[in-house]
Design a protein around this ligand. Structure first.
Ligand SMILES: Cc1cc2nc3c(=O)[nH]c(=O)nc-3n(C[C@H](O)[C@H](O)[C@H](O)COP(=O)(O)OP(=O)(O)OC[C@H]3O[C@@H](n4cnc5c(N)ncnc54)[C@H](O)[C@@H]3O)c2cc1C
Ligand code: SF4
Length: 537
């Protein structure tokens, strides 16, 4: 065998798996579709689309992917280190109520088991309370107090190196996390650039912790390598003789289709990547026994991205850590103050004036009325709010998430506008395109600071909300009739096949999900014996 385990994808689930498996003595190969980035190669602004967006077919080889579906616009990462390169480093433990909802209920004593796995993940990722309150965080704090929810305001817990109390920004220190085994780190300068990748080595991305340690212990990472097929070896229907894994270059890297053999595979390609791959493997007959529940109960974390733009703002609202603070608007609705770094204004192209109303044509007319009214009342301010330049410096993005249940389905299908290729498509009941109480809150904040309340243009024109937190589709459950993996992340019907990424999450978390993905993967890996005791020896 070329490897004991092949891990598909190097994001949160993939990096935790690679580290724990190498630690147990397994030979591990990690196949990653995205590129490897360094502090020096990361772009300085997202106007450099070629180095920001991932669309290798048209020459864009960045680390940020944005995929439009009928029901939702999905943003996700694609790099060595997965979503950690572009994420906003906020790592929160969700409320215990999540274990009382969804198909994982009763599969384990989650309340008793999970705290220790969360604790391990928090330590490995170097999570601390944010010490840098930027202007956007102070605005959110004042607004939360005025809303009567000041007691729920909190500074986020972030995977960022801030150094000992009193350490100045930008100081380089030897590895502070792993007793000298990890790389040296530099203290955070609060530039707000986390979602553009940290160019200061302050953000604790996976290539600085889990994946770094895995590589140090011998894991081989194949960047720009996309897995396209996984088949049981020697015709054994349940994979007990191992697997062959086929890859192709995902960029213009030289080399063609390659074949690797291994004993087991960890699918960790993110909810979208794993769903796309598993659907193809099931339909092509490579892994026909995958549960028919595949693609059901895909969750968007009930999100809405709104904000306030203050044209000509005296304060630079982009300063701070990408998500510096949050509060609870009500029992179900959680709002975080988010920002892009000054100069990275490309996302401003998706922003427009905030509009309520029913989806469809009526909402578009309402939006035109709101736009006209705003232009009449504040012509200069509105025009300055709508052009993208200066957007990051002048905007407070409000990331709203709800714990309320709601899901869609994903299937492979042919879009009417391009019937030549089967791609993932969303179906099912529509997701609400805005959270009314969150919109009201944005309006109040705008009024208080003299800004314009904003939302995403896709919500209004196409009835499509955006999310950076797509979850589910390979739900964890008690049997193949109700889910795709068991409570230890093992794919029903096969030996040594695991799914360890956002696709196994069985409930809307209501907080950012990466910590829970890590904790669940830590748990799954804890059941795998040391290599010397593996079943194939
Ligand atoms: C802008 C932004 C900000 C975010 N901020 C936060 C935050 O503050 N906190 C938080 O908790 N979450 C945040 N998220 C979400 C977070 O990034 C994801 O939830 C998380 O990365 C999912 O982890 P994962 O293990 O499921 O997969 P990922 O981390 O997405 O990794 C999957 C990897 O698999 C690779 N891959 C896919 N298909 C294949 C294939 N066929 N072959 C080989 N490789 C493949 C992909 O390239 C990718 O690198 C943010 C996301 C975005 C886009
Ligand atoms: S705020 Fe700037 S320095 Fe700090 S972690 Fe984010 S990108 Fe790095």
């Amino acid at each position: 065998m070329d490897f004991d385990y092949i891990v598909v994808g190097s994001g949160f689930g993939g990096s935790v798996s690679a580290h724990r498996l190498t630690e147990k003595g397994y030979r591990v190969g990690v196949m990653e579709m995205g590129r490897r980035w360094t502090a020096e190669s990361l772009p300085t602004t997202n106007w450099r689309l070629r180095h920001w967006i991932w669309r290798p077919g048209i020459g864009l080889r960045g680390f940020f992917n944005i995929d439009p579906f009928r029901h939702v616009l999905i943003m996700h990462g694609c790099a060595v280190g997965g979503g950690s390169i572009t994420y906003a480093n906020t790592l929160l433990v969700p409320g215990e109520a999540i274990w009382r909802n969804g198909s994982w209920v009763g599969l384990a004593d989650w309340k008793a088991e999970m705290p220790r796995h969360y604790a391990t993940a928090l330590r490995m990722l170097g999570v601390v309370e944010n010490r840098i309150m930027g202007p956007a965080d102070r605005i959110l704090q004042r607004a939360a107090e005025e809303h009567g929810a000041g007691n729920t305001f909190y500074r986020t817990r972030v995977a960022v190196f801030q150094g000992p109390l009193g350490d100045p920004p930008g100081v380089t220190r030897p590895d502070p996390y792993f007793g000298g085994e990890g790389p040296e780190r530099t203290t955070c300068v609060g530039c707000g650039g986390c979602m553009m990748g940290c160019r200061y080595r302050a953000k604790n991305t996976l290539d600085q912790n889990y994946l770094y340690l895995a590589e140090k212990r011998g894991a081989q990472v194949f960047a720009e390598t996309r897995v396209v097929d996984v088949r049981p070896l020697d015709g054994s229907p349940d994979g007990s003789n191992g697997y062959e894994v086929f890859t192709v270059p995902s960029t213009l890297l030289p080399g063609g289709r390659r074949r690797f053999t291994c004993r087991g595979v960890v699918f960790a390609a993110s909810a979208l990547g794993t769903l796309d791959l598993l659907f193809r493997l099931k339909e092509r007959g490579s892994l026909p026994g995958i549960s028919g529940q595949l693609g059901n109960r895909v969750r968007t974390n009930c999100e809405s991205l709104i904000g306030v733009r203050v044209p000509g703002s005296e304060e630079d609202l982009s300063q701070g850590i990408a998500i510096g603070s949050g509060f609870y608007l009500d029992q179900y609705t959680h709002i975080e103050a988010t920002r892009y770094p000054a100069g990275s204004d490309a996302m401003g192209l998706l922003a427009t004036v905030l509009t309520d109303g029913q989806p469809g044509r009526a909402r578009i007319f309402l939006w035109l009325r709101v736009l006209a009214g705003s232009l009449l009342r504040h012509p200069i301010r509105t025009l300055r709010s709508l052009h993208p330049f200066g957007w990051a410096r002048e905007s407070l993005i409000l990331l709203c998430m709800q714990t309320l249940d709601g899901h869609i389905e994903m299937r492979l299908g042919r879009p009417w506008f391009w019937p030549f290729r089967r791609v993932l498509r969303s179906q099912g009941r529509r997701i609400p395109t805005f959270i009314p109480q969150a919109n009201n809150f944005a309006r109040k904040v705008a009024q208080a600071i003299g800004g314009t309340p904003m939302s995403m243009v896709t919500e209004i024109l196409f009835d499509v909300p955006g999310t950076a937190h797509i979850l589910g589709g390979c739900a964890m459950a008690g049997s193949a009739e109700s889910g795709v993996v068991d409570s230890r992340n093992r794919l029903f019907g096969y030996r040594n096949l695991y799914v360890c990424d956002g696709s196994v999450i069985a409930a809307n978390l209501g907080v950012n999900p990466s910590l829970t993905i890590c904790a669940l993967t830590e748990r799954a890996m804890s059941f795998i014996p040391a290599a010397s005791e593996a079943e194939w020896h």
